[in-house]
Design a protein around this ligand. Structure first.
Ligand code: GAP
Length: 510
């Protein structure tokens, strides 16, 4: 589905609104509407249960957003959590230098794709894309340009060479998308943390940061949790919570936000065993995504080219968003970097006594870190479809439908009396609604013709619509319509709650 249509669908049906819209919005900040909140809660619940309920050795916490300022010194965020920024002197617009270079590469890639699509049309079934890409001289030349731009950029980023980045932008003749000019400032580093002041004390000492990741709340509580929950290594701590980053270029809807939510899990292991658990979490997390029905070809691993100095392995799970493959989740083997740094700055021991080895050590950590909002966007992108279906008279008609996995659908069932002015039908429908509302989210809807009500439920992804009609009053049966197949079946009304409950239960995914 076209990305603009997806965004307007999210607004029209109450999934996502721009923050402070009446004041023309606040860039890269979004509010979740009634259905968006339900969907996001279901995603978070599925993650939480998969991590904590399904693993005896993973427990959850909910740490505060504010932390002691030294936390961020220890974690490296004060000194190194920067983006390389560049301003265009004519438009006065600010950009991330790396994103300007990536956009340059994407433009060339779009040209390649155009050529590939044209050739595919021309050659039909006999077309071999791989062969075409490796033998067509124009495509080869373009690929060389892309590789040069990206590889050189990665080198400069790794060396934190800001002069090199500026020179590369000039060499590639990249112009400001707004003014079209190449009148650039130097590239400089810009810290992404938001800060505020504690109480009435002025100065650096009282500078507080809004956490840019939830992970540090887990690291500083490592021993508290281990001792209070009597966990033995290997064990994990999971957390869901808000994180804040002063993203400079905020694009692509809820993909890159300034206030967002992370679902993170830090898994503490014996030094030397981290890569075994890294592999375990890599495949476990990929399976988790697929268990929701996301097709394999919409997901892929992407190994980090430049490992952070504290990591000895790192991979992203990327999802094919409407704007291309992008990072959805990160799995990082972070060695003992964070705990050791916290030991150093706090001067408190953060070590574990391993009874089997009879020794103390600082555990190594494998983390899985996923943005709840990016997961939400992936699920919306996957679910939202426009398709042709037969209408009541058997003619073709288009419907907009959200094919969520029923376990995460915001509304599980809709109860629809055939007529709204018929007391018997309304009472029977209300009774059925009342027997279900304590078990899962349902909607009661009596407005408009039944066909339009079905379409409304399709558009918000409700897996089951239950119609109460005149026959219900005679034999207590109702029609239950399934969203994807459009199958309609008559069943006894007393069977409905158990049937819908079983088919939409989140535990089915576990
Ligand atoms: N503790 C590790 C960490 O924070 P990260 O790769 O910076 O790693 C982890 O972030 C995940 O958080 C990303 O994979 C992404 O899903 C999400 N995320 C990061 N920045 C985001 C942003 N500005 N808006 C929405 N989600 C974001």
């Amino acid at each position: 589905m076209d990305f603009k249509k997806l965004i307007s669908h999210c607004k029209e049906y109450g999934f996502i609104f721009q923050s402070s819209e009446i004041y023309d919005g606040l860039a890269a900040v979004y509010d979740y509407g009634p259905l968006g909140t339900e969907l996001k809660n279901n995603i978070k619940q599925y993650w939480w249960k998969s991590m904590t309920q399904m693993h005896q050795n993973i427990v959850g916490i909910d740490a505060a957003i504010f932390m002691h300022p030294k936390t961020w010194k220890a974690s490296g965020h004060v000194d190194a959590f920067n983006d390389p920024l560049i301003d265009n002197k004519d438009s006065k617009k600010r950009y991330r230098a790396d994103q300007l270079i990536e956009a340059y590469a994407e433009k060339i890639e779009a040209k390649i794709k155009k050529d590939v699509d044209k050739a595919a049309k021309r050659f039909g079934d006999s077309f071999d894309e791989q062969q075409f890409r490796t033998t067509n001289q124009r495509i080869i030349d373009r690929q060389v340009k892309i590789d040069y731009a990206i590889n050189t950029m990665n080198d400069f980023l790794a060396k934190e060479d800001m002069v090199g980045l500026k020179n590369l932008i000039e060499e590639l003749e990249i112009a400001c998308p707004e003014s079209g000019s190449r009148n650039w400032t130097d590239v400089r580093q810009f810290n992404l943390m938001f800060s505020t002041q504690l109480g009435n004390i002025a100065g650096e000492e009282s500078k507080l940061y809004l956490r840019p990741e939830t992970a540090q709340g887990i690291f500083v509580n490592f021993l508290n949790v281990q001792k209070s929950s009597r966990q033995k290594i290997p064990f994990g701590i999971a957390q869901i919570g808000k994180a804040f980053r002063n993203e400079i270029v905020a694009r692509q809807f809820i993909f890159r936000m300034r206030e967002f939510e992370q679902m993170e899990m830090q898994f503490f292991v014996r030094p030397g065993e981290e890569l075994k658990y890294y592999d375990y979490w890599k495949s476990t997390r990929m399976d988790w995504h697929k268990s929701l029905g996301t097709p394999s070809d919409h997901l892929r691993f992407h190994d980090h080219e430049n490992l952070a100095h504290y990591a000895n392995a790192a991979v992203d799970i990327e999802y094919q968003y409407p704007f291309g493959f992008r990072e959805l989740e990160g799995i990082h083997s972070r060695t003992d970097f964070d705990l050791s740094k916290h030991e150093e700055l706090s001067k408190k021991k953060l070590q574990y006594f391993d009874p089997e080895l009879n020794e103390n050590y600082v555990p190594y950590v494998v983390e899985t870190s996923i943005g709840a909002d990016r997961m939400f966007l992936a699920q919306i992108s996957e679910a939202l479809q426009e398709e042709t279906v037969p209408d009541a008279k058997g003619n073709d008609s288009t419907r907009v439908v959200m094919k969520f996995n029923p376990a995460i659908a915001p509304v599980k069932a809709a109860v629809l009396p055939l007529l709204k002015n018929h007391e018997g039908l309304v009472n029977a429908a209300t009774d059925l609604f009342d027997t279900m509302k304590t078990r899962f989210q349902c909607q009661y809807d009596e407005k408009d013709a039944i066909g339009r009500r079905y379409r409304r439920q399709d558009a918000i992804g409700t897996p089951y619509s239950i119609t109460v009609d005149h026959q219900t009053l005679e034999d207590n049966t109702v029609t239950i319509r399934e969203r994807d197949s459009l199958n309609q079946e008559r069943i006894h009304k007393e069977e409905v709650p158990d049937m819908v409950g079983a088919a939409t239960n989140i535990n089915k995914l576990l």
